[in-house]
Design a protein around this ligand. Structure first.
Ligand SMILES: C[S@@+](CC[C@H](N)C(=O)[O-])C[C@H]1O[C@@H](n2cnc3c(N)ncnc32)[C@H](O)[C@@H]1O
Length: 333
């Protein structure tokens, strides 16, 4: 079988190769690519979750940057202008309160966002325009992949507007657990760290394991449970019919990861028209493909991970429900 007709329209040749590589090497559809096209609408719709149990957690994680804005500002040199660089802004919902806080104190030196999805950026642009009509035209929204060479461009040093005429102080933000959806978060963290200057502060908002209220499927794999539409969007694009697999949610103890995966009931071969020629990826009945993952670890493990990647935790604040945290980290000298 071949992917749906819009698959090759949606993805660049490099992204088609990345999908084929990820499927054949890791048996995974790269989740970040599901934000493109219709996936952006699914993401936006998911901001108001159909499961009411998730509403307080989302509210909590989205308010972290706003609630701790003053503490974050205390990490900047007094009175210095602050630039925000938002890696994967989504609809820009979590960052709006921080922008407002900086504007009210005339401390905002600029807002720049980079997202892999043009459609997501359009949602962010509309929201920012309606919330900050007098400022949004100066905000920069760039399409790009922050896990690759685009990041150097996004974080290229800018002179003149900073304190003492040097580089501006920057908050580099990865909000909403984005980091922990990647198969190799350490590689992404090291990449971000290598593009940061010594003046930058990395801000993460994450859901963490507090040892209580854990998802039920951490005990055993749940078959056919609820899944978000976006989690199946990649397989839909490949033309894989939903009746050819069952979904499973569970916890991989070795990797400390919550996952959603598809387990095939039928043999499936997908033929790609890739940059380097045609290639095919095959699955047998009982093979699995990961469609979503989330590294689920406690706050001590988060701090260790940052330290392994050359970053030092400067602030770690729990959300009101305690399942989510705001972490601020600076490059280790
Ligand atoms: C989990 S959402 C978080 C959105 C937002 N920060 C929030 O907290 O609501 C992940 C966002 O990162 C973007 N994204 C994921 N991987 C990316 C990548 N490699 N490069 C650029 N953007 C990416 C997605 O398109 C999406 O907007």
């Amino acid at each position: 079988m071949t992917p749906r007709e819009d698959f090759h329209r949606l993805y660049s040749a490099a992204q088609v190769d990345a999908v084929a590589d990820s499927l054949s090497l890791r048996a995974e559809f790269p989740y970040q690519l599901t934000y493109l096209g219709e996936g952006s609408e699914m993401w936006r719709a998911g901001e108001v979750p159909s499961n009411p149990d998730l509403v307080p957690m989302l509210r909590d994680i989205n308010s972290l940057l706003t609630r701790h804005a003053e503490q974050l500002l205390a990490l900047a040199p007094p009175s210095s202008p602050v630039q925000i660089v938002d890696l994967g802004p989504g609809t820009a919902r979590p960052v709006r309160g921080l922008i407002r806080h900086l504007l009210e104190r005339t401390r905002l030196a600029g807002y720049r966002a980079v997202d892999i999805s043009a459609e997501i950026l359009e949602l962010a642009r509309k929201n920012l325009q309606s919330e900050f009509p007098d400022h949004a035209e100066h905000f920069e929204l760039w399409q790009g992949d922050f896990t690759g060479p685009d990041l150097k461009r996004v974080l290229a040093p800018e002179r003149a507007s900073g304190h003492s005429g040097g580089e501006p102080f920057r908050f580099v933000i990865m909000a909403g657990g984005t980091l922990y959806n990647f198969a190799d978060p350490n590689q992404v963290l090291r990449h971000v760290r290598s593009a940061m200057s010594e003046h930058d502060v990395l801000l993460l908002t994450l859901r963490i394991d507090i040892g209580a209220d854990r998802p039920a499927f951490m005990k055993e794999v749940k078959v056919g449970g609820a899944h978000k539409p976006q989690q199946l969007a990649g397989l839909d694009l490949l033309g894989i019919d939903r009746s050819w697999y069952v979904t499973e949610s569970g916890f991989d103890r070795m990797r400390s990861e919550i996952f959603v995966r598809a387990r095939f009931l039928e043999p499936v071969t997908v033929a790609f028209d890739a940059a380097g020629g045609n290639r095919a990826v095959s699955f047998e009945p009982d093979d699995t493909v990961v469609v979503w993952r989330y590294l689920y670890q406690d706050s001590a493990a988060v701090a260790d991970q940052l330290s392994d990647c050359g970053l030092q935790v400067r602030l770690l604040e729990r959300g009101e429900g305690s399942h989510v945290v705001l972490v601020a980290a600076t490059p280790t000298p």
